[in-house]
Design a protein around this ligand. Structure first.
Ligand SMILES: *Cc1c(COP(=O)(O)O)cnc(C)c1O
Length: 275
């Protein structure tokens, strides 16, 4: 499909852990504008409409004050990796009635009740047990939830997400959970400075989606592809991302090591950096 793309778009993973902190509304406005400009340029390179790509700012580890600056700069949905951290922030910021929350990290069934209360979107569905737990809690709350099925496209054993060859069978089970509005697929690429290997993960998710879309179960949507973060969102957009999840390029570097959020991190995701 995208045979004519500029294959040399580099990653920005070398900036991982070094993005400057945003400490004012102006900082957030500037960072958001810069990311949007790069998103638009990536769209232009492959002939896509920028309106077809949503920026999800990721606020994990950042304090409430920082999230409020992001809100003041115009953010109306924030992504958080850990359900409990997300829940705490949701409660603390309940005064911002139009602020929505997207949970983008692995969920244990015992946290389904919490997520069913406040989340608008859950991007890391990868088991029937979690689907069942969410469905039950959402029914009790009288709520629905937009969900993305997480796929492991990097082949890293400890990475969350379904292996690509299990996704079709998994999707066939999902119509049994009407409170879950399935929107598409999500992945985390290899965190590598080698753009070719990163791009391969995104291509895998897109081709999987294109194949599955040919006989998708009734009521299941596969329009969305959530892929790309601060270091690689431009490449993800060139390969068809409709949602990019960007934290550090908007909020600034995180103090917390990535191993806290990604089981495979342990330095491993960082080892590949060309530094
Ligand atoms: C933290 C996180 C991101 C954003 O990473 P940045 O490097 O801050 O842009 C994206 N997706 C998931 C699942 C995350 O946990």
């Amino acid at each position: 499909m995208h045979n004519d793309i500029p294959l040399l778009t580099p990653t920005m993973h070398e900036r991982h852990g070094r993005w400057p902190q945003a400490v004012s509304v102006d900082d957030f406005r500037r960072n958001l504008a810069a990311v949007h400009a790069r998103m638009a340029a990536a769209c232009q390179r492959v002939g896509r409409d920028p309106a077809g790509v949503r920026l999800l700012p990721v606020s994990k580890t950042k304090p409430e004050a920082s999230l409020r600056l992001a809100y003041a700069a115009g953010c109306r949905m924030l992504g958080e990796n850990k359900p409990q951290e997300a829940g705490r922030k949701w409660e603390a910021m309940a005064d911002l009635a139009d602020l929505q929350w997207s949970v983008i990290g692995h969920l244990q069934t015992n946290k389904a009740k919490l997520v069913a209360r406040f989340a608008s979107e859950f991007q890391a569905l990868d088991s029937l047990r979690v689907a069942e737990a969410l469905e039950r809690r959402l029914q009790a709350e009288g709520r629905g939830l937009d969900v993305f099925v997480q796929v492991n496209t990097s082949g890293e054993a400890s990475k969350y997400g379904l292996p690509p060859d299990e996704v079709a069978a998994f999707l066939r089970q999902l119509p049994a959970f009407p409170a879950l509005r399935v929107r598409g697929l999500m992945t985390l690429a290899l965190l590598s400075a080698e753009a070719v290997r990163v791009r391969r993960c995104f291509v895998l998710l897109r081709t999987l989606r294109d194949r599955l879309r040919q006989d998708v179960p009734h009521g299941i949507g596969l329009d969305e592809l959530s892929m790309g973060m601060s270091g690689d969102y431009e490449i993800a957009i060139e390969e068809g991302a409709t949602v990019v999840r960007v934290g550090q390029a908007i909020f600034g570097a995180r103090d917390t090591p990535d191993s806290h959020y990604w089981p495979a991190a342990e330095g491993g995701r960082a080892v590949n950096h060309a530094e």
